[in-house]
Design a protein around this ligand. Structure first.
Ligand code: HEC
Length: 168
């Protein structure tokens, strides 16, 4: 009688231990799966914050010649502007999202990108002077580009800003 009682106690504690283990495993794997879900979300956000990676996918639905223009602009932006600018966040210079709306017209912004120092110190453009005051660094000249190249960069910026790409 006594030994069978002991056996029952042993079996019971075995069951309790077993159930405990199963619970622990279940909880741990729940945590794991939820943290890997979080990991996925973070990667997704990082991808959308860095629009450069999947440009080919992004432009897939565009018709020519817009597609070619955006791709050219993207390439020039990566090589000449991305070290100081992003679309959605401030880097060395301002975030460029919606920048076309902050300038009088396309000619004015093209001229600024070519000759920022002239525009900033020229005394005729308060907005440019204020920008320089705010950022404390002179953007270098880009007079080695022709207007068509700069316009392609601006078309790319518009595209990434979710704005309509008007073709002139
Ligand atoms: C070395 C850093 C640097 C590089 C490279 C650079 N910029 Fe800039 N950019 C700036 C800074 C700083 C400003 C703010 C104005 C100033 O202080 O010159 C600015 C301002 C601007 C503005 C006006 C922003 C606004 O909010 O109105 C535009 C547009 C612009 N840059 C476009 C470009 C383009 C396009 C390129 C590449 C062809 C480029 N920048 C390359 C630093 C840079």
């Amino acid at each position: 009688m006594n030994s069978s009682n002991n056996n029952e106690v042993l079996t019971l504690s075995g069951i309790i231990l077993g159930v405990g283990l199963v619970l622990i495993v279940a909880v741990v794997s729940l945590f794991n799966s939820s943290s890997s879900e979080e990991g996925k979300t973070t990667t997704d956000t990082a991808e959308s914050a860095a629009p450069v990676e999947d440009i080919n996918t992004k432009v897939a639905s565009l018709a020519e010649p817009q597609k070619a223009t955006v791709l050219q602009g993207h390439e020039l932006f990566q090589g000449n502007c991305a070290q100081c600018h992003a679309i959605n966040k401030k880097v060395v210079g301002p975030a460029l999202k919606g920048v076309m709306n902050r300038w009088e017209n396309e000619a004015a912004i093209v001229n600024f990108i070519k000759y920022p120092e002239k525009v900033i110190t020229g005394g005729k453009n308060d907005y440019a002077a204020k920008l320089y005051e705010e950022y404390g660094q002179m953007m270098p000249n880009h007079d080695f580009f022709n207007d068509e190249q700069i316009k392609s960069i601006l078309t790319y910026v518009k595209f990434e800003s979710g704005e309509e790409i008007a073709m002139k």
